[in-house]
Ligand binder design. Sequence first.
Ligand SMILES: O=P(O)(O)OC[C@H]1O[C@](O)(CO)[C@@H](O)[C@@H]1O
Ligand SMILES: [Mn+2]
Length: 464
Amino acid sequence: MLGAVVYWDLEGAYDVYLGSTVPTQGSGGLLECSFAYLTVRDRLPTILTRVIDTIHRNKNKFFEEFGEEGVQAEKRTIGFLSKLRNELLTDKPILVLCDGLEDTDSWNQYLQRQQRLLGERDPVSWFKSPWLYIECYMYRRIQEAIWLNPPISDFDVFNESKTQSFFESQQAVISLCTYLQGFNRNMDDLSETQLMEQFHKLLQVSLWGNRCDLSISAGMENSQKASPIDSLSDLKSFILVDDSNMVWSALTSAQRPGEDGKTTSGRVDIVLDNAGFELVTDLVLANFLVSAGLAREVRFHGKSIPWFVSDVTAHDFQWTIRQTLAANHKWMSKSGVQWQSYVREGVWSYHDHPFWTMPHEYCDMAGDAPDLYATLQGADLILFKGDLNYRKLTGDREWDHMVPFDRALRGFGPAPLCSLRTLKANIQVGLQPGQGENLNTQDPSWMTSGKYAVVQFSSPHREQ
Ligand SMILES: O=P(O)(O)OC[C@H]1O[C@](O)(CO)[C@@H](O)[C@@H]1O
Ligand SMILES: [Mn+2]
């Protein structure tokens, strides 16, 4: 457990934010040696250095595309990012954004809010702010640096890492697609029980796919080598909370008899996390849900800017489907063809919204992004992938491990939802009495190693 740090009164209770203080008297800061502190001190500057290096290595490409103007833009962007790195390392004040994008005002208002909470004596700075805010802000500032420097404003600084991670997982992708096509061919012969077993397997594949993010590894290679299906039984004991039966019930209870006598099923929304292997696991799950008649429509929600190194953007989504389709492997390519036709027919659709790349907790969504909240209300099930989504769902607070998931959501519940997350931050709710203490003794890094996972379900209609 992190030491107790403060502090503001929310819903009548004092909330402790992960490794961070929001002091009222202008003292304190990120709790030294906490996972949050080490992320800001070590991991974020490393990511920034890699970003600078990537832009520098692409100098010739910019020259070929844009001539001397491209080279000048490269230099200016590197200047912006080096300054940003220096601001971070020397705990300088957080600056307002000035790129005039759709979300710029919201970011600047958020900064004012942080300043009000901190008091006027000290400016909000890198080490004196909530971890979630600082981490999100860094990625937004990277985008500002790129955006303010045309003609290279479309450059995705993480694209190389994302594509590399996809190719490094190739064998695992092939085995997963082969598995998918195997039961797609025999779908009609599957009993209800067999269908449910397949569902559990693919939900777990998608869960463990979340191990492959490039933010926890500071952009270093982190791909899936072995066939994920084969390791599921060995991994089972590392799932600390498994509500997958409730997820199954949410899907089956959304099924209704249609006008033509055939059963129609519900809409599933997947709030995506990482590109590369994790995205493939999500597409395989979504394919299964549609072909098994468990969903009539799947909506994918991704990021509108490059985010936390490996998160999916619209380009990554389309690129992954195209790569799968073009693969020199029968079942992989067949999967890609299927996915592309789902997109063309509108059975699958990709969406993004600026709220996903804001630092807000999800309990703020209804007020701060009512359009997105209303869209999500149309789903019969929402799957939230990954660690960052979990942090936002639970407000990134140092909750007692036994606090129910429903309570940690603090009213957020546009539809039945499920978090599929491997643990990579010091936060975990919904555990049994003694479970957290046992884990602390057995494996002190259980919350941050990515070795453990949860499938946590909540329904707005369920008794709290
Ligand atoms: O891709 P995910 O699962 O959201 O993980 C993002 C990572 O970034 C972090 O925010 C820390 O940098 C952790 O929460 C997690 O390790
Ligand atoms: Mn991610």
